[in-house]
Structures are given as C-alpha cells and as structure tokens.
Design a protein around this ligand. Structure first.
Ligand code: ZN
Length: 234
C-alpha cells in the first residue's frame, strides 16, 4: 500500500485555508496531492471519490475535515463501509497518509498482499486488520470474493506489465525505455506491484516514488528501502 502525503489543508487565492462546504469539494485538491489512485488497493480511478477514513456516519464531526480524506475505489470504499472506524479504533489499522504502509505488506505474483511476517505480532495484527477492512485479502480462494470485485485481476495484470517492462529494460537499458516504463506504470497503477517487481532496480524505484503523485518520499531511504514514518505506527 503506497504511503502518501496529503499535505496541509489547501488554501484559497488569499492564502486562507479552504473551508469545504461539501466533502466532495475536496476531490480535485486530493487528486492533485495524492494522484488519482485508490489509497487502499492502488488501482487507477476513473471516477475518484472522496473517501472518509472515519466514515461520516460514525464520526460526522470530521465529515468535511481535510485530514480525514483519502481517495478510494468503489470496492474498497463499500467493503470498508461495512465496518466501524472511529476515533476509538483508528490505531487498529495502518493508514496510507500517516503510516509507512509499504512496510506492512509483501506483494507476490498471483497473490493478495501478504502480511510481512518479520513485523512484531502487534503490527502483524494491525496489518491483518487493514487487509480485512478493505477486503484486500480477497483473491479467488477467498469465500467473500464477488464476481464484481476485479481488484485482484487488475493487480495481476499490473504484475504482468511490470515483469514485461523489467525484461524490456534488461534488453534495452536506455533513458527512453525508463521513461516509457514509468508512463506505463503511472497509467496502470498498483505502485506497490511496480516497486516490488523492480526491487533490485534502485534508479527505477526512485522514479516510481517521484512519478506517482504524492508518494511519501520521507518513507524511503536513499536506496529506496522503506523506513519508519515519523509519527507513524510503522
Ligand atoms: Zn481500491
């Protein structure tokens, strides 16, 4: 899961913080800050929707609060909507805007994101909660996978494209090829898949971190290895 920087509340032409009259008014600012990808499954979004970390039904006080916003696809949003997230259990989950969520999961070919078993038991539990919250653990063997939920298919397709791209780079290690691969990656989405397939290619990982809008650059060291996020749980 890509860690992102939402940044401070946007300001108007006078430099004053914008007051969103409707939460939907934050949509374009969110796209500018964190790119039009689902904050959970990382799919590219055709119709980005403002996602409330704490749902407005549970915590109406933060319905229009900038720090409560992410972007989500309809699958992640609706599965998450079945569960309670409020001020009382917020820390039971990892969040892309405050944690280094790339440290929580391992991506493998043809598999749902896996919990990193090198984490301590408490963090593994939080990672488990996070997968379950958004149904990111749903793959063909999962009893609750529905036919409409195509996230695993799109993730699999992204993996295939990333592998092809890596093979092409090995054949032709040029600047042109690198640029073309980054173009393909940003249009295909699933940043974590690309980061994993290119795990031995530090230059490409730097480019992926820079090219996907709003990726938390401070979440990675100079060799693109993920590091503890300041003030984050991971
Ligand atoms: Zn999603």
């Amino acid at each position: 899961m890509r860690p992102v920087n939402r940044g401070d509340k946007p300001t108007d032409s006078n430099g004053d913080p914008v007051d969103f009259k409707e939460y939907g008014g934050a949509r374009d600012d969110l796209i500018k800050r964190i790119g039009d990808y689902c904050s959970y499954c990382e799919a590219p979004l055709l119709a980005p929707a403002v996602e409330h970390i704490q749902p407005k039904s549970k915590e109406p006080a933060v319905e229009k609060t900038w720090s409560n916003f992410l972007l989500a696809c309809t699958y992640c949003n609706s599965i998450k909507g079945e569960r309670t997230v409020d001020a009382g259990n917020l820390n039971d989950f990892f969040w892309a805007d405050t944690d280094n969520t790339f440290r929580a999961f391992i991506y493998e070919k043809d598999r749902a994101p896996q919990i990193d078993t090198s984490l301590n038991p408490l963090k593994q539990q939080v990672a488990h909660n996070t997968l379950e919250l958004t149904g990111l653990d749903r793959e063909p063997a999962h009893p609750r996978l529905t036919g409409k939920d195509r996230r695993w298919i799109k993730r699999k397709e992204a993996w295939g494209k990333a592998e092809t791209a890596k093979a092409n780079l090995e054949q032709q290690s040029t600047e042109l090829m690198r640029n073309q691969i980054i173009d393909t990656a940003t249009s295909t989405g699933f940043w974590s898949v690309w980061m994993t397939v290119f795990q031995d290619y530090t230059d490409m990982r730097h480019r992926l971190i820079d090219a996907f809008q709003g990726t938390c650059t401070a979440c990675f060291d100079q060799d693109t290895q993920p590091v503890q996020r300041a003030d984050g749980k991971i």
